[in-house]
Design a protein around this ligand. Structure first.
Ligand code: NOJ
Ligand code: MG
Length: 554
């Protein structure tokens, strides 16, 4: 078995033009405040992102998705929007966004931006206007202002929880007995989608960014928006469960929300080329998820069932199988997601505990990278979250004083929250701020990240970054990767997953989740491996534990 030579760098390979680009795009998520800071204020910004686009083209992704950059009090990291058709002055201007779109297109990258339709910030002019009136006014009809229970309305209207902890209702100041709804932070009042004005305003927002040239939207909490008629009590759930994202009950995944997506699809389809959507829907099953990607609704949704899979070949195989089945039933491509700005970074998630206090991060990194390489070989579209290509771990020891996630405050510190995956990216140098800023990063970076910087990894052929570049290059060059078919193969071991991507030059992908070396009889050339591989005396491929390997079959 020989290794194929793989050229470094991916910027020169054109993306495949033979099918709808979004069906198998690799999309790189940028969390703007943590990506790159251009002006030394410690907050990442749009010019910072623009300056790093060549890095992303070189990495070989097909598209970028920017988390919110809209004016915001930042009480939920920008998912609390004051004006959805503008840019926060701390992050730049609408012209900077135009520049990002132009440069991205020049580099062959598509651009998604975020849209947050479930709620506005309490600083949005509409909420301020509502506060200046009494419940029952047209201004309040844009939100959910509801009389409370009890003789004086002194109890919340129902038992709904905020996804960040605590009740989903806050009293309306100056109007005793009245409450407003917020499925997230108090500062994020939910919008009333029974009011046509809301539909019209969001269509304006879609068109504003589409007209400016963005290729698609990532839709925040796409399974929310519409609430069950009468806002009935939901099932009593453990608060931790609410926050883990398993939202169910009358506030989530209501049939009416699908009409909104049909409306939006018509807007996207009215453009040439048509624009696209990826929905964030943390719903209970892959079937419920697939309903969001019926032909006249969203193009894709994030596959969080895959994100939740743990390190076990059978579990991983099951989730891949059901994802493929349910998505193909509606004609949509599946997506593969391991990471985003809301969850622990996979390096740490997959890390086994060495003892009660220490996690084995090196093993976690091997597993996370192996899982990611598996995902990049599966049919459909894949998502990478900034820093995943550098193998960054979760920062678990941020001091409480620097934490910003509303979850931390709403649970009085019981739940630490999501800041640990939002720590600014280490670009270069030996010490914080690692080229992220010339000032002080808005969240502190660990002192031991010198070896993880993009600069250090660019200089090292055996780095995580080099592996991602190689994988994305092979993925682009190979006609069998991306959209298409998958065949399950027998590896001869329960803990070794074997997947073939059939076609003229088929590729076999092996993933060893077992605790030792496994030998697999296979004839071909190794294209890529995340851990040790070798040949045994019989010519079988021996694959080390926690390893993924791509093989061009003979
Ligand atoms: C999902 C977003 O990804 C998360 O960051 C945010 O806090 C909630 N939606 C509320 O907008
Ligand atoms: Mg800045």
């Amino acid at each position: 078995m020989t290794e194929l030579p793989v050229r470094e760098g991916n910027a020169d390979i054109p993306p495949r033009e033979v099918r709808d680009w979004w069906r198998d795009a690799v999309v790189y998520q940028i969390y703007p405040r943590s990506f790159a800071d251009s002006d030394g204020d410690g907050l990442g910004d749009l010019p910072g992102i623009r300056s790093r686009l060549p890095y992303l083209a070189q990495l070989g992704v097909d598209a970028i998705w920017l988390s919110p950059f809209y004016p915001s009090p930042l009480l939920d990291g920008g998912y609390d929007v004051i004006d959805p058709r503008d840019v926060d002055p701390r992050l730049g201007t609408v012209d900077d966004l135009r520049g990002i779109v132009a440069d991205s297109h020049e580099l062959g990258l598509r651009v998604f931006v975020d849209v947050v339709p479930n709620h506005f910030s309490w600083e949005h002019p509409w909420f301020k206007a509502a506060l200046a009136t009494a419940p029952g006014s047209p201004e309040w009809d844009r939100f959910h202002a509801v009389r409370g229970k009890g003789p004086e309305g002194e109890l919340p209207p129902n038992n709904w929880h905020s996804a960040f902890g605590g009740p989903a209702w806050t009293p309306i100041p100056g109007h005793a007995g009245w409450w407003y709804l917020h499925l997230f932070d108090t500062s994020q009042p939910d919008l009333n989608w029974a009011n046509r004005e809301i539909h019209e305003d969001f269509q304006r927002t879609l068109r504003f960014w589409f007209d400016l040239g963005v290729d698609g939207f990532r839709i925040d909490v796409a399974h929310s928006l519409v609430k069950a008629e009468g806002l009935p009590d939901g099932p009593v759930v453990d608060e931790d469960e609410v926050m883990a994202g398993s939202e169910r009950g009358p506030a989530w995944d209501q049939p009416g929300v699908h009409d909104v997506w049909r409306e939006w699809r018509r807007v996207a389809d009215s453009y040439d080329p048509p624009r696209v959507f990826v929905g964030e829907a943390w719903v209970a099953t892959t079937e419920a998820q697939a309903a969001y990607t019926r032909p006249d609704e969203l193009h894709t949704t994030f596959n969080f069932h895959f994100l939740r899979a743990f390190w076990d070949a059978t579990v991983i195989r099951d989730v891949i199988g059901t994802s493929l089945l349910t998505s193909s039933a509606v004609g949509a491509p599946p997506t593969w997601v391991l990471s985003n700005h809301d969850v622990w970074r996979p390096v740490t998630r997959f890390a086994p505990w060495r003892d009660a206090h220490t996690m084995d991060i090196a093993t976690g990194r091997r597993r996370a990278v192996a899982m990611s390489m598996l995902s990049l070989a599966l049919p459909g579209s894949a998502y990478l979250y900034q820093g995943e290509e550098l193998g960054l771990p979760e920062v678990v020891d941020l001091p409480d004083e620097v934490r910003q996630d509303p979850t931390f405050f709403r649970t009085e510190g019981r739940v630490k929250g999501r800041d640990g995956c939002r720590v600014p990216i280490p670009w270069s140098g030996d010490a914080p701020p690692y080229g992220f800023t010339t000032g002080t990063p808005w969240l502190p970076q660990p002192a031991d990240w010198a070896g993880l910087t993009a600069e250090a990894q660019e200089a090292d052929d055996s780095s995580t970054l080099a592996l991602y570049r190689r994988a994305l290059r092979v993925r682009r060059e190979s006609p069998v990767l991306g959209d298409g078919e998958l065949i399950w193969r027998e590896s001869g071991h329960d803990d070794v997953l074997a997947v073939e991507r059939p076609g003229e030059r088929p590729i076999l992908v092996l993933l060893n989740t077992g605790d030792g070396d496994r030998a697999v009889a296979v004839d071909g050339e190794v294209l890529l491996h995340t851990g040790e591989v070798s040949l045994d005396p019989d010519g079988a491929l021996v694959i080390a534990p926690d390893t993924c390997c791509w093989i061009a079959l003979a």
